[in-house]
Design a protein around this ligand. Sequence first.
Ligand SMILES: Nc1ncnc2c1ncn2[C@@H]1O[C@H](COP(=O)(O)OP(=O)(O)OP(=O)(O)O)[C@@H](O)[C@H]1O
Ligand SMILES: [Mg+2]
Length: 232
Amino acid sequence: MLLKVEGLRKTYSRGEQEVEALKGVTLEIGRGQFASIMGPSGSGKSTLLHLLGGLDRPSAGAVLLDGQRLDEYSDDELSAFRRRKLGFIFQFFNLIPTLSAAENVALPRLLDGEPMAKILSKATELLDRMGLKTRMNHRPDQLSGGEMQRVAIARALVTDPVLILADEPTGNLDSATGNGVLELLERLCREQGQTIVMVTHDLAAATYGTRLIRLRDGHVESDGPPPVKSSH
Ligand SMILES: Nc1ncnc2c1ncn2[C@@H]1O[C@H](COP(=O)(O)OP(=O)(O)OP(=O)(O)O)[C@@H](O)[C@H]1O
Ligand SMILES: [Mg+2]
């Protein structure tokens, strides 16, 4: 099993008040799955995604990736693990405004100490695959929203991650552009066996995945195949 989540709990303290964002989540995600996570606002979706990605630590329970418990890593080991093994895609793209598309894609490996010359062909190939061959040297402010998100996807793939985590990747895109991004993710899963976990508010987005996990009030409410994509 690629990803195992066991009895995961997360309690936030807000002054006097404690908020139980996750109240014991247990699930397994196999290699090659494209799982969507849905649920009402405040149900714990982003909290779960952050814990899966080692961006935050649980109050109880464990996350195991490839059999390795994330809580056994030190903070430094955890950030190296995130950089090398995971790819993150966010709603607001999180590209560096002063860097070109190719430099943004290369960034995770530059931060890991690899020289640009060594990464460039991979970054170029990924941007080409995302349909951005002619946009390599554009800065984010010279790109459309859909192009920026495709740069972000290329950046998420540059380390050949074992797992891609996406939080509302189409939340800031119009539906046609968003569908293009979802088709790219679906293809990565189908053609390359890429494992993807995506938080979304949009049931239509979840139809691109292979599995739909619904959270409610910090619990898994349901877990099964997503509805079938409507054909237009
Ligand atoms: N850093 C924090 N400090 C305190 N409480 C938090 C913190 N982050 C989240 N919470 C609370 O934990 C609960 C779950 O939050 P979370 O962000 O996981 O929800 P979500 O399902 O992603 O919601 P949305 O759909 O609005 O993004 C909410 O009640 C939220 O207010
Ligand atoms: Mg959220």
